[in-house]
Every structure is written in structure tokens, then in C-alpha cells.
Design a protein around this ligand. Sequence first.
Ligand code: ADP
Ligand code: ADP
Length: 232
Amino acid sequence: LPSIEFNNVSFSYKTKTATVKILDGVSFRVEPGKSVALVGPTGAGKSTVFRLLCRFYDVDDGEVLVENQNIKNITQLSLRQAIGVVPQDTVLFNDTIAYNIGFGKREATDEELIDAARRAQILPFIESSPDGFLTLVGERGLRLSGGEKQRVAIARTLLKNPPILILDEATSALDSLTEKKIQQSLNEVSKGRTTLIIAHRLSTIIHCDEILVLKNGIIAERGTHNQLLSIQ
Ligand code: ADP
Ligand code: ADP
């Protein structure tokens, strides 16, 4: 499995009228197969870290390494293939669940699709239609709840099986049973991958090896869940 490393990374968004520095010398390393969570107030730059890792933008200073290689020397295609993203707000195609889960892996068999759906706990929402396609049960069509949509994204990632995972935890208030189930699915999908979690609440992240608190462009604090809770 690959490691992820940010080495003294600085980044500013430049608009016509202003340059706003978001990251000012950020360094951290996610060891192969480990998970690191980023917390911090809205606007702290958590999503920016994810965008830099995917090379939607390039760093101004410092370097981002995947498997100890500067991502500037990795093709966009192989970087995208190595990274799976479970966003907090999954946009679904107006098509069958099979299409939505299999998107990105067209050659997947029905068995693989069903297995991914089961592991993401989305199987109860789908069934095989006579023409062999997996469709949603009932009349709700693709009007899934936020949590259900996130599980479709989890199934998609399980199928794609990328070595690196970016998890954007949901901000929406879920009831505790739903939250528990989603947490199980998220744990399932992060197993055996190098994982970067964008977390919105300290209370929801438990299963990660290190937590980084991003504030004012720097990593203000870092530690395990217990260590950070004992500071507060
Ligand atoms: P977080 O994920 O921690 O909420 P973001 O990384 O999304 O924070 O954003 C950090 C800051 O950068 C915010 O103040 C946001 O308004 C600003 N920002 C994000 N994207 C852009 C952009 N494309 N152009 C200019 N400013 C941006
Ligand atoms: P995939 O790996 O599934 O082919 P992408 O890598 O294109 O998908 O994008 C994954 C997710 O990243 C998208 O669902 C979207 O939420 C988010 N994303 C894509 N482009 C941007 C961007 N420019 N800024 C922030 N987030 C983005």
C-alpha cells in the first residue's frame, strides 16, 4: 500500500482581487494502510488538502508525495485510479443502482456488484429486475437519503478497490442508528487502504490512527482521539 506525505506544503487561492493563503507549511504523513483524520473549523482548508492530493490544484511550496514519489511526476490518470473518494454528498446518475455502483468499473460482474452492495449495506434497497439489472426496490427511484447515497458511493469504492481512500464524513445530523450503520460501512471501506478522513466533528471519528487539527493554515494540534479529548 502507498504512503501519503505532505511536506511543508503552502497553498493560496488566487482570485483577480486577492490572494488568500489557506495552507502555510503543512506537514504530515499517512503510513501505508493507516488512517489520518483532518478536523478544524469550516474554511480551515480540509477540502483543499484533498484537492491538492488529487492534483485539482498544485502546491505553491513544498511537496505532496504518494508512495514517496512527488505527485507532479505521477500521471493524472494513475493518480485518479489510485484514489477513491467517498464524498459527503454523492451525486447519482439517473440510472440503475448497478450503473451507479459500477461506474468506473464497467467490466464488473453481477456477483461483484452484489457483493459490493452487500458490504456497503445497500443491498436491501436493490433487487434484480427480469432483464438482470440491479434496480431500486419500490417506487422511490433514485430519491435516496443522504446516508443511502453515501452507501452507493461506498459500494462504488469497494468495487473500484483503490489503495488510497479519501473519506468526506457527512455533516448532516443523522439519527444515531443510521450513523452507526454508516460508520460500519465507512470502517469496512477504509480497511486495507491508506485513508485520509475529512472529519467535521471530533465525536464521530474513532477509528483512525491520528487526528490533525487544521487551524489558521497550520496543523495546530495532532494526536490520537484520546490525547485530543484529554486536552479539551
Ligand atoms: P474546509 O474544507 O476546511 O471547510 P476549504 O478547503 O473548502 O475548507 O476552504 C478553505 C478556504 O478557501 C475557505 O475560506 C474557502 O472559502 C476558500 N476557497 C475554497 N475554494 C476556493 C476557490 N476555488 N477560490 C477561492 N477561495 C476558495
Ligand atoms: P472518481 O474518482 O469517482 O472518478 P473524481 O476523482 O473525478 O471521481 O472526483 C471524486 C469526487 O471529488 C467527486 O465526486 C467530487 O465530489 C469531488 N471533486 C471533483 N472535482 C472537484 C474539485 N475541483 N474540487 C473539489 N471537489 C471535487
